[in-house]
Design a protein around this ligand. Sequence first.
Ligand code: SF4
Length: 395
Amino acid sequence: MAVPLMQAVRVGRYVVKQHLLGRKRYPLVLMLEPLFRCNLACAGCGKIDYPAQILNQRLSLQECLDADAEADAPVIAIAGGEPLLHKEMPEIVKGLTARKKYVYLCTNGLLLEKKLDDYEPNPFFSWDIHLDGDKAMHDSSVCQEGVYERAVAAIRKAKERGFRVSINCTLFDGAQPERVARFFDEVMALGVDGVMTAPGYAYERAPDQEHFLNRQKTKQLFRDIFRLGKGKKWRFTQSPLFLNFLAGNENYHCTPWGKPLRTVFGWQRPCYLLGEGYAKTFKELMDDTAWEQYGTGAYEKCADCMVHSGYESTAVMDAVKRPWHIAKVALFGPETEKPMVPEISLENQRPAEYKYEAQVAEQVTLLESRKPARGPRVRVHKAEEKPVEVADAAD
Ligand code: SF4
Protein backbone atom coordinates (compact mmCIF):
# COMPACT_ATOMS: atom_id res chain seq x y z
CA MET A 1 0.00 0.00 0.00
CA ALA A 2 1.51 3.37 -1.06
CA VAL A 3 -0.09 5.26 1.82
CA PRO A 4 0.26 3.66 5.28
CA LEU A 5 -2.98 2.18 6.59
CA MET A 6 -2.95 4.43 9.67
CA GLN A 7 -2.62 7.53 7.46
CA ALA A 8 -5.52 6.41 5.25
CA VAL A 9 -7.66 5.77 8.34
CA ARG A 10 -6.81 9.13 9.95
CA VAL A 11 -7.45 11.10 6.76
CA GLY A 12 -10.68 9.18 6.09
CA ARG A 13 -11.84 9.86 9.65
CA TYR A 14 -11.01 13.56 9.25
CA VAL A 15 -13.00 13.83 5.98
CA VAL A 16 -16.04 12.05 7.43
CA LYS A 17 -15.90 14.34 10.47
CA GLN A 18 -15.88 17.46 8.26
CA HIS A 19 -18.94 16.14 6.42
CA LEU A 20 -20.74 15.37 9.69
CA LEU A 21 -19.91 18.89 10.92
CA GLY A 22 -21.42 20.23 7.70
CA ARG A 23 -18.27 22.15 6.71
CA LYS A 24 -18.62 23.20 3.10
CA ARG A 25 -14.91 23.88 2.62
CA TYR A 26 -12.01 22.39 4.51
CA PRO A 27 -8.33 21.68 3.86
CA LEU A 28 -7.03 18.18 3.25
CA VAL A 29 -3.39 19.02 2.61
CA LEU A 30 -1.65 22.17 3.82
CA MET A 31 0.85 23.24 1.18
CA LEU A 32 3.80 25.09 2.69
CA GLU A 33 6.26 27.01 0.57
CA PRO A 34 8.77 28.34 3.09
CA LEU A 35 10.93 29.80 0.30
CA PHE A 36 10.93 30.32 -3.47
CA ARG A 37 14.70 29.98 -3.88
CA CYS A 38 15.80 26.83 -5.74
CA ASN A 39 19.10 25.26 -6.82
CA LEU A 40 17.61 24.33 -10.19
CA ALA A 41 15.87 26.39 -12.88
CA CYS A 42 13.47 24.01 -14.59
CA ALA A 43 11.88 24.95 -17.90
CA GLY A 44 8.35 24.11 -16.77
CA CYS A 45 8.48 25.86 -13.38
CA GLY A 46 6.99 29.27 -12.74
CA LYS A 47 7.88 29.47 -9.06
CA ILE A 48 11.36 30.97 -9.09
CA ASP A 49 10.94 33.96 -11.36
CA TYR A 50 11.28 36.55 -8.58
CA PRO A 51 13.85 39.23 -7.77
CA ALA A 52 16.56 38.33 -5.24
CA GLN A 53 14.88 40.21 -2.35
CA ILE A 54 11.91 37.89 -2.65
CA LEU A 55 13.93 34.73 -3.32
CA ASN A 56 15.84 35.42 -0.11
CA GLN A 57 12.71 35.50 2.05
CA ARG A 58 11.96 32.53 4.31
CA LEU A 59 9.00 31.44 6.40
CA SER A 60 10.42 30.91 9.88
CA LEU A 61 9.90 27.76 11.96
CA GLN A 62 7.28 29.63 14.00
CA GLU A 63 5.45 30.84 10.87
CA CYS A 64 5.29 27.26 9.58
CA LEU A 65 3.93 25.99 12.90
CA ASP A 66 1.41 28.85 12.98
CA ALA A 67 0.26 28.05 9.44
CA ASP A 68 -0.36 24.46 10.57
CA ALA A 69 -2.27 25.64 13.63
CA GLU A 70 -4.46 27.86 11.45
CA ALA A 71 -5.30 25.31 8.75
CA ASP A 72 -5.13 22.15 10.89
CA ALA A 73 -5.07 19.80 7.89
CA PRO A 74 -4.08 16.16 8.47
CA VAL A 75 -1.39 16.18 5.76
CA ILE A 76 1.30 18.78 5.01
CA ALA A 77 3.34 19.02 1.82
CA ILE A 78 6.45 21.19 2.05
CA ALA A 79 7.42 22.46 -1.37
CA GLY A 80 9.20 25.49 -2.78
CA GLY A 81 11.66 26.41 -4.19
CA GLU A 82 13.96 23.77 -2.77
CA PRO A 83 13.07 23.17 0.91
CA LEU A 84 16.48 21.68 1.72
CA LEU A 85 18.01 25.15 1.21
CA HIS A 86 16.09 26.29 4.30
CA LYS A 87 18.29 26.10 7.39
CA GLU A 88 15.41 25.46 9.79
CA MET A 89 13.92 22.64 7.74
CA PRO A 90 14.87 19.80 10.16
CA GLU A 91 13.16 21.70 13.01
CA ILE A 92 10.13 22.45 10.83
CA VAL A 93 9.72 18.76 10.00
CA LYS A 94 10.27 17.76 13.62
CA GLY A 95 7.74 20.30 14.88
CA LEU A 96 5.04 19.25 12.43
CA THR A 97 5.48 15.49 12.81
CA ALA A 98 5.43 15.91 16.62
CA ARG A 99 1.90 17.22 16.09
CA LYS A 100 1.12 13.95 14.29
CA LYS A 101 0.80 15.58 10.89
CA TYR A 102 1.78 13.50 7.86
CA VAL A 103 4.59 15.50 6.29
CA TYR A 104 5.82 15.10 2.71
CA LEU A 105 9.04 16.98 2.04
CA CYS A 106 9.26 17.66 -1.72
CA THR A 107 12.82 17.93 -2.97
CA ASN A 108 14.78 17.67 -6.19
CA GLY A 109 17.17 15.39 -4.26
CA LEU A 110 20.37 17.30 -5.04
CA LEU A 111 21.10 18.06 -1.37
CA LEU A 112 19.44 14.99 0.09
CA GLU A 113 22.47 12.76 0.68
CA LYS A 114 24.29 15.66 2.35
CA LYS A 115 21.34 16.51 4.61
CA LEU A 116 20.04 13.02 5.40
CA ASP A 117 21.69 12.90 8.86
CA ASP A 118 19.59 15.91 9.94
CA TYR A 119 16.38 13.83 9.71
CA GLU A 120 15.10 10.64 11.29
CA PRO A 121 12.75 8.02 9.86
CA ASN A 122 9.29 8.55 11.29
CA PRO A 123 5.90 7.03 10.37
CA PHE A 124 4.61 10.61 9.91
CA PHE A 125 7.38 11.63 7.51
CA SER A 126 8.11 10.90 3.86
CA TRP A 127 10.56 12.25 1.31
CA ASP A 128 8.86 13.16 -1.96
CA ILE A 129 11.49 13.28 -4.67
CA HIS A 130 10.96 14.86 -8.06
CA LEU A 131 11.64 12.54 -10.97
CA ASP A 132 9.86 13.53 -14.17
CA GLY A 133 10.58 10.24 -15.95
CA ASP A 134 13.71 8.30 -16.87
CA LYS A 135 17.21 9.80 -16.94
CA ALA A 136 16.85 11.56 -20.31
CA MET A 137 13.31 12.78 -19.58
CA HIS A 138 14.14 14.06 -16.10
CA ASP A 139 17.44 15.76 -16.93
CA SER A 140 15.74 17.47 -19.86
CA SER A 141 12.83 18.53 -17.63
CA VAL A 142 15.15 20.08 -15.03
CA CYS A 143 17.52 21.47 -17.69
CA GLN A 144 20.63 19.93 -16.11
CA GLU A 145 22.61 16.75 -16.76
CA GLY A 146 23.23 14.35 -13.90
CA VAL A 147 20.29 15.36 -11.69
CA TYR A 148 18.47 12.05 -12.24
CA GLU A 149 21.48 10.02 -11.12
CA ARG A 150 21.99 12.11 -7.99
CA ALA A 151 18.32 11.88 -7.09
CA VAL A 152 18.29 8.09 -7.58
CA ALA A 153 21.45 7.70 -5.46
CA ALA A 154 19.74 9.76 -2.73
CA ILE A 155 16.61 7.61 -2.95
CA ARG A 156 18.72 4.46 -2.46
CA LYS A 157 20.47 5.99 0.54
CA ALA A 158 17.19 7.18 2.09
CA LYS A 159 15.62 3.73 1.67
CA GLU A 160 18.71 2.08 3.22
CA ARG A 161 18.29 4.35 6.24
CA GLY A 162 14.65 3.32 6.66
CA PHE A 163 12.88 6.45 5.37
CA ARG A 164 9.60 6.40 3.48
CA VAL A 165 10.22 7.72 -0.04
CA SER A 166 7.78 8.59 -2.79
CA ILE A 167 8.31 9.96 -6.28
CA ASN A 168 6.70 13.09 -7.66
CA CYS A 169 6.43 12.70 -11.44
CA THR A 170 5.14 15.62 -13.52
CA LEU A 171 4.43 14.85 -17.16
CA PHE A 172 4.55 17.21 -20.13
CA ASP A 173 3.51 17.16 -23.77
CA GLY A 174 5.62 14.68 -25.70
CA ALA A 175 5.81 12.12 -22.88
CA GLN A 176 5.60 8.63 -24.40
CA PRO A 177 3.30 6.20 -22.57
CA GLU A 178 5.62 3.20 -23.05
CA ARG A 179 8.56 5.12 -21.66
CA VAL A 180 6.60 6.42 -18.66
CA ALA A 181 5.34 2.87 -17.99
CA ARG A 182 8.93 1.56 -18.06
CA PHE A 183 9.93 4.36 -15.68
CA PHE A 184 7.16 3.40 -13.23
CA ASP A 185 8.45 -0.21 -13.39
CA GLU A 186 11.97 1.05 -12.61
CA VAL A 187 10.99 3.14 -9.60
CA MET A 188 8.89 0.29 -8.20
CA ALA A 189 11.97 -1.96 -8.53
CA LEU A 190 13.96 0.75 -6.73
CA GLY A 191 11.71 0.14 -3.72
CA VAL A 192 9.94 3.51 -3.52
CA ASP A 193 6.81 3.47 -1.42
CA GLY A 194 4.65 5.27 -3.95
CA VAL A 195 4.36 7.51 -7.00
CA MET A 196 2.49 10.78 -7.26
CA THR A 197 1.86 11.83 -10.83
CA ALA A 198 0.11 14.69 -12.61
CA PRO A 199 0.34 16.83 -15.74
CA GLY A 200 2.37 20.04 -15.46
CA TYR A 201 0.40 23.22 -14.92
CA ALA A 202 0.92 25.92 -17.56
CA TYR A 203 2.67 28.46 -15.30
CA GLU A 204 2.58 31.82 -17.04
CA ARG A 205 6.15 32.57 -15.82
CA ALA A 206 7.65 29.23 -16.94
CA PRO A 207 10.40 29.66 -19.57
CA ASP A 208 9.06 26.78 -21.72
CA GLN A 209 5.45 27.44 -22.74
CA GLU A 210 5.49 24.85 -25.54
CA HIS A 211 5.23 21.59 -23.61
CA PHE A 212 2.21 21.90 -21.36
CA LEU A 213 -0.54 19.34 -21.92
CA ASN A 214 -4.13 20.35 -22.63
CA ARG A 215 -6.89 18.33 -20.96
CA GLN A 216 -7.61 16.09 -23.95
CA LYS A 217 -3.95 15.15 -24.34
CA THR A 218 -3.62 14.63 -20.58
CA LYS A 219 -6.48 12.16 -20.49
CA GLN A 220 -5.22 10.23 -23.50
CA LEU A 221 -1.68 10.07 -22.11
CA PHE A 222 -2.78 8.76 -18.71
CA ARG A 223 -5.21 6.27 -20.29
CA ASP A 224 -2.39 4.89 -22.41
CA ILE A 225 -0.05 4.69 -19.40
CA PHE A 226 -2.64 3.01 -17.16
CA ARG A 227 -3.51 0.52 -19.91
CA LEU A 228 0.16 -0.52 -19.98
CA GLY A 229 0.13 -0.76 -16.19
CA LYS A 230 -2.76 -3.23 -15.90
CA GLY A 231 -1.75 -6.03 -13.56
CA LYS A 232 1.59 -4.40 -12.67
CA LYS A 233 0.77 -3.32 -9.11
CA TRP A 234 2.22 0.18 -9.41
CA ARG A 235 1.73 1.94 -6.07
CA PHE A 236 0.31 5.47 -6.31
CA THR A 237 0.04 7.80 -3.33
CA GLN A 238 -3.05 9.41 -4.86
CA SER A 239 -6.70 8.50 -4.61
CA PRO A 240 -7.71 5.90 -7.25
CA LEU A 241 -10.52 8.28 -8.20
CA PHE A 242 -8.02 11.05 -8.99
CA LEU A 243 -6.22 8.62 -11.31
CA ASN A 244 -9.58 7.73 -12.85
CA PHE A 245 -10.15 11.48 -13.38
CA LEU A 246 -6.76 11.80 -15.12
CA ALA A 247 -7.84 9.01 -17.47
CA GLY A 248 -10.96 10.94 -18.48
CA ASN A 249 -13.55 9.07 -16.43
CA GLU A 250 -14.71 11.58 -13.83
CA ASN A 251 -16.56 14.82 -14.34
CA TYR A 252 -14.87 16.64 -11.46
CA HIS A 253 -14.78 20.34 -10.70
CA CYS A 254 -11.86 21.94 -8.94
CA THR A 255 -11.80 22.34 -5.14
CA PRO A 256 -8.72 24.55 -4.68
CA TRP A 257 -9.45 25.14 -0.98
CA GLY A 258 -8.66 21.44 -0.38
CA LYS A 259 -4.91 22.21 -0.69
CA PRO A 260 -4.39 25.77 0.60
CA LEU A 261 -0.94 27.28 0.16
CA ARG A 262 1.00 29.45 2.64
CA THR A 263 3.98 31.27 1.11
CA VAL A 264 6.22 34.12 2.22
CA PHE A 265 3.54 36.45 0.76
CA GLY A 266 0.71 35.02 2.90
CA TRP A 267 -2.11 32.61 2.02
CA GLN A 268 -2.21 32.34 -1.75
CA ARG A 269 -5.47 32.78 -3.68
CA PRO A 270 -6.86 30.58 -5.09
CA CYS A 271 -4.45 27.63 -5.13
CA TYR A 272 -0.91 26.27 -5.21
CA LEU A 273 -0.65 26.95 -8.96
CA LEU A 274 -2.22 30.37 -9.30
CA GLY A 275 -1.20 33.44 -7.30
CA GLU A 276 -4.02 35.89 -7.93
CA GLY A 277 -3.87 37.50 -4.51
CA TYR A 278 -2.94 36.86 -0.87
CA ALA A 279 -4.88 36.67 2.39
CA LYS A 280 -3.33 37.50 5.76
CA THR A 281 -4.97 34.61 7.59
CA PHE A 282 -6.27 31.16 6.71
CA LYS A 283 -9.77 32.21 7.81
CA GLU A 284 -9.66 35.20 5.48
CA LEU A 285 -8.55 32.90 2.63
CA MET A 286 -11.42 30.49 3.21
CA ASP A 287 -14.12 33.09 3.90
CA ASP A 288 -13.25 35.92 1.53
CA THR A 289 -12.01 34.23 -1.65
CA ALA A 290 -14.44 34.32 -4.58
CA TRP A 291 -13.99 30.57 -5.15
CA GLU A 292 -16.70 30.45 -7.82
CA GLN A 293 -14.46 32.58 -10.07
CA TYR A 294 -11.88 29.77 -10.38
CA GLY A 295 -11.71 26.30 -11.88
CA THR A 296 -11.97 24.87 -15.38
CA GLY A 297 -14.88 26.52 -17.18
CA ALA A 298 -14.81 29.54 -14.86
CA TYR A 299 -11.41 31.11 -15.57
CA GLU A 300 -9.15 31.09 -18.61
CA LYS A 301 -5.99 30.29 -16.60
CA CYS A 302 -7.71 27.13 -15.31
CA ALA A 303 -8.75 25.87 -18.76
CA ASP A 304 -6.16 23.08 -19.08
CA CYS A 305 -5.63 22.28 -15.42
CA MET A 306 -5.97 18.68 -14.19
CA VAL A 307 -3.48 18.98 -11.34
CA HIS A 308 -3.89 17.35 -7.91
CA SER A 309 -3.81 20.81 -6.26
CA GLY A 310 -7.35 21.35 -7.43
CA TYR A 311 -8.77 17.96 -8.22
CA GLU A 312 -7.42 15.42 -5.77
CA SER A 313 -9.46 16.83 -2.91
CA THR A 314 -12.53 16.55 -5.16
CA ALA A 315 -11.68 12.87 -5.66
CA VAL A 316 -11.20 12.24 -1.93
CA MET A 317 -14.51 13.90 -1.10
CA ASP A 318 -16.22 11.89 -3.82
CA ALA A 319 -14.84 8.71 -2.24
CA VAL A 320 -16.70 9.53 0.97
CA LYS A 321 -19.94 10.02 -0.94
CA ARG A 322 -19.49 6.97 -3.21
CA PRO A 323 -17.38 4.37 -1.35
CA TRP A 324 -18.53 1.57 -3.69
CA HIS A 325 -17.17 3.55 -6.66
CA ILE A 326 -13.69 3.98 -5.19
CA ALA A 327 -13.67 0.32 -4.18
CA LYS A 328 -14.33 -0.70 -7.79
CA VAL A 329 -11.65 1.60 -9.23
CA ALA A 330 -9.14 0.55 -6.55
CA LEU A 331 -9.77 -3.09 -7.44
CA PHE A 332 -9.79 -2.89 -11.25
CA GLY A 333 -7.78 0.28 -11.91
CA PRO A 334 -8.81 3.32 -13.95
CA GLU A 335 -11.09 2.69 -16.94
CA THR A 336 -9.10 2.78 -20.17
CA GLU A 337 -11.52 1.64 -22.89
CA LYS A 338 -14.96 3.19 -22.49
CA PRO A 339 -15.75 6.65 -23.91
CA MET A 340 -14.44 9.52 -21.80
CA VAL A 341 -16.84 11.77 -19.92
CA PRO A 342 -17.71 15.04 -21.74
CA GLU A 343 -15.30 17.92 -21.23
CA ILE A 344 -16.30 21.01 -19.23
CA SER A 345 -17.43 23.83 -21.52
CA LEU A 346 -15.11 26.86 -21.67
CA GLU A 347 -17.75 29.05 -23.25
CA ASN A 348 -18.43 31.18 -20.19
CA GLN A 349 -14.94 31.34 -18.67
CA ARG A 350 -13.73 34.82 -17.71
CA PRO A 351 -10.56 36.06 -19.39
CA ALA A 352 -7.15 35.77 -17.69
CA GLU A 353 -5.94 38.63 -15.51
CA TYR A 354 -2.22 39.30 -15.25
CA LYS A 355 -1.17 40.46 -11.79
CA TYR A 356 2.40 39.24 -11.44
CA GLU A 357 4.23 42.55 -12.02
CA ALA A 358 1.97 44.46 -9.60
CA GLN A 359 2.34 41.75 -6.93
CA VAL A 360 6.13 41.75 -7.20
CA ALA A 361 6.26 45.55 -7.00
CA GLU A 362 4.01 45.47 -3.91
CA GLN A 363 6.16 42.84 -2.17
CA VAL A 364 9.42 44.62 -2.98
CA THR A 365 8.01 47.91 -1.63
CA LEU A 366 6.93 46.09 1.52
CA LEU A 367 10.39 44.57 1.99
CA GLU A 368 12.07 47.92 1.40
CA SER A 369 9.83 49.55 4.00
CA ARG A 370 10.94 46.96 6.58
CA LYS A 371 14.65 47.60 6.00
CA PRO A 372 16.56 49.52 8.67
CA ALA A 373 16.72 53.27 8.04
CA ARG A 374 20.40 53.09 7.02
CA GLY A 375 19.24 51.66 3.66
CA PRO A 376 20.86 48.99 1.51
CA ARG A 377 24.37 47.83 2.33
CA VAL A 378 26.84 49.07 -0.25
CA ARG A 379 30.42 48.31 -1.02
CA VAL A 380 32.72 50.27 -3.27
CA HIS A 381 33.86 48.57 -6.42
CA LYS A 382 37.48 49.66 -6.39
CA ALA A 383 38.15 49.42 -10.11
CA GLU A 384 35.20 51.58 -11.08
CA GLU A 385 34.96 53.65 -7.90
CA LYS A 386 31.19 53.40 -7.76
CA PRO A 387 28.84 51.78 -5.28
CA VAL A 388 27.37 48.33 -6.06
CA GLU A 389 24.37 47.01 -4.18
CA VAL A 390 25.08 43.79 -2.29
CA ALA A 391 22.31 41.21 -2.55
CA ASP A 392 20.90 40.01 0.75
CA ALA A 393 22.62 36.78 1.67
CA ALA A 394 20.63 33.60 1.06
CA ASP A 395 20.10 31.74 4.31
S1 SF4 B 1 -8.38 24.64 -11.91
FE1 SF4 B 1 -8.26 24.89 -9.69
S2 SF4 B 1 -6.26 24.01 -9.11
FE2 SF4 B 1 -6.23 24.36 -11.31
S3 SF4 B 1 -5.31 26.41 -11.55
FE3 SF4 B 1 -7.54 26.70 -11.48
S4 SF4 B 1 -8.03 27.10 -9.35
FE4 SF4 B 1 -5.96 26.22 -9.41
